[in-house]
Ligand binder design. Structure first.
Ligand SMILES: [Zn+2]
Length: 121
């Protein structure tokens, strides 16, 4: 296969990335790192990152009016002039405009609406 054919087949990456790859492979070779061991390490790291992300809990509360996922904003302003009632959460539905302020702690919200990211839903 000639260079034109190789570049054609890998054109999705662009020549800049190929140049970076060439620099990376040169350095790996200089350090005695094989392409296979480099690939294995990258795959291992990717899997570790994916597993870690899988442990992240996201907040997913369904709108009681229309069933869409609510958007939320934790309110950090303590009770006072700018937060008269001391609300801690603001829930809004982008579809039907349902809106709710609540006094839940972060722990309460995670317990009630927390979903493990990567879990099926
Ligand atoms: Zn709604």
């Amino acid at each position: 296969m000639n260079c034109a054919e190789i570049f054609k087949r890998l054109e999705a990456f662009g020549f800049g990335k190929l140049q970076s790859l060439e620099a990376l492979l040169s350095e790996a070779e200089r350090q005695g790192i094989t392409v296979q061991s480099l690939r294995n390490c990258i795959i291992e790291r990717k899997e570790a990152i994916r597993a870690a992300v899988g442990d992240v809990t996201v907040i997913r509360r369904v709108c009681p009016e229309c069933g869409d996922t609510l958007r939320y904003r934790p309110i950090r302003q303590p009770k006072g002039r700018r937060n008269l009632y001391g609300y801690t959460w603001h829930w809004v539905c982008a579809v039907c405009s349902f809106e709710e302020y609540s006094f839940e702690s972060r722990t309460d919200v995670v317990t009630k609406y927390g979903v493990k990211k990567g879990a099926s839903y």
